[in-house]
Write a protein that binds this ligand. Sequence first.
Ligand code: SF4
Length: 453
Amino acid sequence: MTKVILINPPIYDFSAYDVWLKPLGLLYLSNILKNYNIEVILLDCLDRNYFKSIPTKTDGTGKYPYEIVPKPEVLKNIPLKYKRYGISQRTIEELLVCNKDASFVIVTSSMTYWYLGVKEIIETTKKILPKAKIILGGIYPILLPKHSEKLFSDKVDLISKNFSFCEILKYLNLLEGETKYKSFSNFPPPDYTLYKYIWYVVIRFSYGCLNNCKYCASKSIFAGYEMKSTNQIINEITYLYNLTNCENFVLYDDALLNAKNLHYITELFNKLIRLNLKIKFYTPNGISPRFITKDIAYLMKQLNFTDPRLSLETISSFTHKLVDNKVNLKDFEKALENLTAAGYKTNEISVYLLAGLPNETIEDVYKSINLLHKYKVRIRLNEFSLVPRSKIFYELGLSEEDIDPLLYNNSIFLFNGIPNKVKPWCKFEELQYLKNYVKNLNEKILNLENTYV
Ligand code: SF4
C-alpha cells in the first residue's frame, strides 16, 4: 500500500495565534487519497493535540507554543522578537522516523511570508526520508512561483502551482482523479479522522470569490467560483458533527454571501435549522454587509452564527470606489439594523477595518474607528500588507524577483514598507498607539450591558 505523509509546517513570524487555522486543503486531499486506497499520515505542526497544556478557548482558538529564533538578515531592524510556532523539531523528526516507509511527502503552505517553515520541513524530510518524493503545494508557490522554484526546485520533486489537486494526483499516478478533482464541488468532506481531538471544524461551502478587490490575490489563486450543493453540505455537516462531536464550525468561504448565492444560502440555512444540531458557526473571513438581509440575519441568529464579522474595511466611499467597490457604510448600517432586529446585541458583532490602504492616512483610519465605535460594535483592525499578484502589487510596479517575501508580513509592512521600493505607511510607535486605541474602545464596548439599537 502506498503511504503518503501530509505536512502542515510550523510558522515563523513575529506573532501567530490559532484563530481556527487548519490545513483544509490537506484534509480534502487526505480523503481523496484514501479513496484510492492510499495510506495517509498527517503531520500538522500546529495541531493543538500536541500542546494540550496550553488553554483552548470555548470557541476552539488558543495560543501556540513558540521559541524565539534569530531574525533573518532582512528583518534585523524590526523591533520585535521573531518566533517559531508549533511542535518542536525533535517531535517532527520522531514522527518522520516512524514513517520512513512513506513514498511521498506532500507539504502545504499558506502565507508567502511563512516560507521558512516550509524550508525547515523540506530540509528535515530530505534528511530523514531521502528516498521519498517531496511535493510542495498550497498558496505560497501559486503566488510566488519563481521564488518557490528558486528556493526549492533542487530539493522537491514537484511544485504544484494550482488550486486543484489534479497535478498532484497525476504525479501519484492516480489518473482517474485528474479530471474528477478539478472541481471543488467534487471534493469529499475534509478528513477529520486524522486528529485525536477536535476543538473546531473548518469547512467551506464554496471556493473562489466573485469580487476582485485590488488588495487581494484571490483571483490569482482561483479565478472561478464554485459551490457544493445544499445536499452535499448538509450531508457533510451532519457527518462531521457526528464524527467529531464538536460544536464549533468555522466557515472558510471567501465570500459566504454574494449577489449570486442568496437563494442558495437561504435554502441551505433553512435546511440546516431543520437538522437542529448543537452547532455554532464562525466566519473569520468576514461576510459582506451588503447581503445581510432581514431574512438572512434571522436565519444566522437561528443557526447560532457567533461573533458575526462584517467586512467593511473603511467608511470612505471614495476608498471603496478605488479599491474594492464591494460595500459602503449604508450597507453596513442596514446589516446592523437587520442583525439587531434578529436578536444580536451590537457588541456581539465585529467589523473588519483595514489600516494602511495606500490612499488612506492614519487619520482616515481613526475617522473610521471613531465613527464605528458610535455603533457600539467591536472593531477588528487588520493591518494592510502587500499580497503578491494582487492589483495593488502590480500598480506599484513590483515584481516577485527582487523582494524577500518575509517583507510582506502584515505585522511589519505598515511601519517597515519594502526598503527602497515602498515607503512605510506610519511609524512603529504610531501603529502600536492605533492598535491600543482600538483595544481600549473594544473593552468599553464589550463591557456594555445595553447594546441593542
Ligand atoms: S478581499 Fe475578500 S471579497 Fe475581496 S476579492 Fe479577496 S476574497 Fe474576495
